[in-house]
Design a protein around this ligand. Structure first.
Ligand code: MN
Length: 209
């Protein structure tokens, strides 16, 4: 089974004015699309790996054959990261989480405001291209981390702090440059207004099990 580009769960313009329609169209169709195409092309060289789940492949990259390990890391990571990213945003999003997730955030960071500042700072200080993440760490606690390129915090030995991603934000220039140019901070500030906290809370509940 070849990997497929998931449909965006909303229109390209749904996140306006925070993220513009043109950026969404290119980001989803061209960037994410290319990760899927290139991942499939790599796996075609070892067709038995098409049967393995993407998360399993990435968690244990050293079991992936040498000749495609880099391609699977970059394009498989890109596919997994973006598949998450689209679902944690929605039209009319933003605000703050409720319930279990809100309690866990308060417990780990003291307040939602402190968490927001930490994740934003992780995105700002990621040099070059990458992602900033809220993860459930090995100790079961929430933590903020970041990864370069299309690495994912579940990749063993890659993330500074390994864990399972609850949510993440893409800080590649392709995610914001058309609207925000070099102003990554303005993009990150706007991104908080797109968040789908119901989906993020559901991801957290699943990871905690
Ligand atoms: Mn991206």
């Amino acid at each position: 089974m070849a990997h497929e580009l998931p449909k965006l769960p909303y229109g390209f313009d749904a996140l306006e004015p925070h993220i513009d329609a043109k950026t969404m169209e290119i980001h989803h169709g061209k960037h994410h699309g290319a990760y899927v195409t290139n991942l499939n092309a790599a796996l075609d060289k070892h067709p038995e790996l098409h049967k393995k789940g993407l998360e399993d492949l990435l968690r244990d990259l050293k079991s992936v054959p040498d000749d495609i390990r880099g391609a699977v890391r970059n394009n498989g990571g890109g596919h997994l990261n973006h598949s998450m990213f689209w679902t944690i945003m929605k039209k009319g999003g933003g605000g703050e989480p409720k319930g279990d997730l809100a309690n866990a955030i308060n417990g780990a960071f003291g307040s939602f405001a402190t968490f927001k500042e930490k994740l934003t700072t992780a995105g700002m200080t990621r040099f070059g291209s990458g992602w900033a993440w809220l993860i459930v760490g090995g100790d079961g606690k929430l933590a903020v981390t970041s990864t370069p390129n299309q690495d994912n915090p579940t990749m063993a030995g890659v993330a500074e702090v390994a864990g399972k991603p609850v949510m993440g934000v893409d800080v590649w220039e392709h995610a914001y440059y058309l609207k925000y140019q070099n102003l990554r901070k303005n993009y990150l500030d706007a991104w908080w207004n797109t968040l789908n906290w119901d989906e993020i809370a559901a991801r957290y509940a699943k990871l905690k099990k």
